[in-house]
Design a protein around this ligand. Structure first.
Ligand code: CA
Length: 480
């Protein structure tokens, strides 16, 4: 589900207005998004969370309630009703845009009943270290979904389906409690000793009933919604073999490609490589190391731009890399805040949109701005997206030869009329760089599609041009 020069767009940010109906807005915008080159949308979690209509979606309560049942204070989710969600996906499909559902299986929240069970505490700093004798705790682990009345599924969750939780209701105490005879799943990230436990009631992915239920639910989800693929949340907290088997089986049974990208939040590319190996290449990953490089580059004007792709997934394994500049977790006031500074945003987007490697994902908050944090839309992001769609084709030649000024050219192909472009980025002064773009352009005049430079560059008889850039900016040169 990755078209040539396709663009994924993450169509939400953390602080979207709860009063608007996102599913309907997307349906209204589908045609426009298709026109500017969007080929897939990552939609936010569509099921009812603990916060009801105010819930962004990661505090999952009922996976079968896509805005259909009166649970957690409302029928609709933050984004609308089930019918509106299904209509949104169908409308996107008509415009040739794939839908990727955000799958949040690591934990559940907002249980219907408490259970009194034996558990031991573990150390916050190292989840492998037990810090108490066995004690009796009262925990939120029984999910019966009374208002759904067993429609679609009669599965009820109880404490045996979970490994642990971080709250004892009997004593009102916050601590990580590991349930009796449970062990944290292995093949997870090693931070905090073992990072299986993240939040809420942590699901036990070695439990056979759980594995069966998650598979049954996914088949139901695909049938009901007709989504084309998945974005998997928090994969470093979930047994790697669970998702490998889950996606393999779904692909076999549905005979669909089901493009899948996982969120393994780590700046250490070796961890991403290990995940891809362990999951046998079934799951692509967001290029978190590249995000960090872009974020650091935006905060340090002495950053060496020739190293921007060093130790990134897109450099080592471009076929499996989803490149992105920012997302709902890195935006200001969020848990992983590492927002790329505004002056570097255009350059960052040129780096992910106009090169041959990687599957770029554009963030809603960059495209539309984030009113909550007073953040303006990234200037001319729409132009950069269209440039990917119309011009970023053909052989790529890199000029990553100056710490403060890098560039590359795309020679274009006959298939796309007037395709080909030259990109030059500076993080310091006004600069210029001689780059080869192809003899077929000899004598042609080039202008900066972003209007950051007003000059005209003429290509010489050898197919080279002296391309220019203003201080701390980017220029994308295209044939007039
Ligand atoms: Ca977990």
């Amino acid at each position: 589900m990755k078209e040539i020069n396709g663009i994924m767009m993450q169509y939400f940010e953390w602080y979207l207005d709860c009063k608007q109906n996102l599913w309907n807005i997307i349906a209204q915008n589908a045609k426009k998004l298709s026109n500017i080159g969007v080929t897939a949308l990552w939609l936010p979690p569509a099921y009812k969370g603990i916060g009801g209509k105010d819930e962004v979606g990661y505090g999952v309560y009922d996976l079968y309630d896509l805005g259909e049942f009166d649970q957690k204070g409302s029928i609709k989710t933050k984004y609308g009703s089930k019918d509106e969600y299904i209509n949104c996906i169908a409308t996107l499909k008509q415009e040739g845009i794939f839908s990727y559902a955000d799958i949040v299986l690591n934990h559940k929240m907002g249980a219907d009943m408490l259970q009194t069970i034996p558990a031991t505490r573990v150390d916050w700093a190292n989840h492998n270290i037990q810090t108490s004798e066995q004690e009796t705790v009262k925990v939120a682990t029984k999910f019966t979904f009374p208002n759904r009345k067993k429609k679609y599924s009669d599965f009820e969750w109880n404490w045996t389906h979970f490994d642990g939780i971080d709250y004892n209701d009997a004593t009102k105490e916050h601590s990580i409690f590991k349930f009796k005879d449970k062990s944290w799943d292995d093949t997870v990230d090693e931070e905090y000793g073992n990072y299986d436990y993240l939040m809420g009631a942590d699901i036990d992915f070695t439990n056979k009933e759980v594995i069966e239920e998650c598979y049954k639910w996914a088949k139901w989800y695909l049938e009901e919604t007709k989504v084309d693929g998945f974005r998997l949340d928090a994969v470093k907290h979930i047994n790697m073999h669970f998702y490998k088997d889950w996606i393999k089986k779904l692909r076999e049974e549905t005979k669909k490609e089901l493009y899948t990208v996982g969120e393994y939040w780590s700046g250490d590319v070796s961890k991403l490589h290990r995940y891809i190996t362990e999951t046998e290449g079934q799951i692509c990953l967001f290029d978190v190391p590249l995000h960090y490089n872009l974020s650091i580059a935006s905060k340090d004007e002495n950053y060496d731009l020739t190293k921007i792709f060093e130790r990134t997934l897109v450099k080592d394994n471009p076929q499996k890399a989803v490149t992105f500049v920012d997302n709902h977790d890195t935006q200001p006031s969020q848990s992983l805040e590492s927002f790329v500074k505004p002056w570097f945003k255009q350059s960052a987007y040129a780096l992910i949109l106009l090169r041959n490697q990687g599957y770029p994902c554009v963030f809603y908050g960059d495209f539309y701005g984030i009113p909550y944090s007073g953040i303006e839309p990234t200037k001319d992001l729409e132009i950069l997206m269209k440039l990917r769609k119309e011009k970023a084709y053909g052989n790529q030649i890199d000029y990553f030869d100056n710490p403060n000024c890098v560039g590359w050219t795309r020679e274009g192909t006959d298939e796309y009329i007037k395709s080909g472009l030259a990109v030059i980025i500076s993080n310091k002064k006004d600069d210029e760089k001689k780059m080869y773009i192809g003899e077929k352009f000899a004598g042609k005049r080039f202008i900066d599609a972003l209007n950051n430079c007003e000059e005209i560059v003429e290509i010489d008889s050898q197919g080279e041009g002296m391309f220019k850039v203003k201080e701390k900016s980017v220029s994308v040169w295209i044939e007039t």
